[in-house]
Design a protein around this ligand. Structure first.
Ligand SMILES: Cc1cn([C@H]2C[C@H](O)[C@@H](COP(=O)(O)OP(=O)(O)O[C@H]3O[C@@H](C)C(=O)[C@@H](O)[C@H]3O)O2)c(=O)[nH]c1=O
Length: 176
C-alpha cells in the first residue's frame, strides 16, 4: 500500500495509529477480530497457545485445522467463503492480511483492512464469511499459519470463491 505521505511534498503530521495500550485505532471490519498471543520464551525455546475455547474468542467450536505456507513475496487470494468463518493463527514469518467487507448488510460494507502479524507479535485473526481476504508474505522466510475454519473443508464442494488480485470489485492493489 502506498502511504499518503509518500505522495506529498509538504510534511504531514502523523495521526494517532495506536492507543497507549498498543491497540490500533483504525476501525476493523464488523466481525473481524484479532487476539494477540503470548509467546513464552526460555533458554530451551518457546511455547505459544494457539486456540482455547475458554477464551470465548469465537462462538463456534474447533472442528478442523490445516496449515498454510506462503513463499516470500507471494500472495494467496482473493478468497471469500459463504458459509465458514476463518480463524487464522500466524505461527512463523511476517503476514499482511488484507480484508475487504463485501457484505451489503454490514455496517462496514466496503471497508478495507490491513492486518499485520509476525512471529514476534503472533495472534489469532477471525475473518467472517463474506469478507474477502488476501494473505501476503511480506517477510524474507516462508510464512506459516494455521487456519481453524468453523466448518471442515468440503473436498467435493469447497466453500471457496476467488477473484484475481486486480479486479474491479475490491479497491486495493498489491505493490508489484
Ligand atoms: C483448504 C484445503 C485445501 N485442500 C487442497 C485443495 C487444493 O488441491 C490444495 C490447495 O488448496 P487451495 O488452493 O484452496 O489453497 P490456498 O489457495 O492456498 O488456500 C489458502 O488461501 C488463503 C487465502 C487462505 O485464506 C487459506 O486459509 C487457504 O484457504 O489443497 C485440502 O486438501 N484441504 C483443505 O482444507
Amino acid at each position: 500500500m502506498v502511504h499518503a505521505f509518500e505522495l506529498m511534498s509538504t510534511p504531514q503530521k502523523d495521526p494517532q495509529s495506536v492507543t497507549p495500550a498498543g491497540e490500533r485505532v483504525a476501525p476493523l471490519i464488523d466481525g473481524v477480530r484479532v487476539r494477540r498471543a503470548v509467546t513464552h520464551p526460555d533458554e530451551r525455546g518457546t511455547v505459544c497457545e494457539v486456540f482455547n475455547p475458554e477464551w470465548s474468542f469465537h462462538p463456534d467450536p474447533l472442528v478442523y485445522v490445516y496449515q498454510v505456507t506462503i513463499r516470500p513475496g507471494q500472495v494467496k487470494g482473493w478468497v471469500v467463503h459463504r458459509l465458514q468463518d476463518d480463524r487464522l493463527f500466524l505461527s512463523q514469518g511476517t503476514m499482511k492480511a488484507v480484508l475487504f467487507d463485501d457484505r451489503e448488510s454490514s455496517p462496514t460494507y466496503g471497508l478495507v483492512n490491513e492486518v499485520f502479524l509476525d512471529q514476534h507479535n503472533r495472534g489469532l485473526l477471525v475473518i467472517p464469511a463474506g469478507v474477502y481476504h488476501a494473505i501476503q508474505n511480506v517477510g524474507s522466510d516462508d510464512l506459516l499459519f494455521f487456519n481453524m475454519p468453523t466448518r471442515p473443508y468440503n473436498h467435493t464442494d469447497p466453500d471457496k470463491y476467488r477473484l484475481p488480485l486486480n479486479n474491479d470489485r475490491i479497491p486495493y492493489r498489491f505493490p508489484t
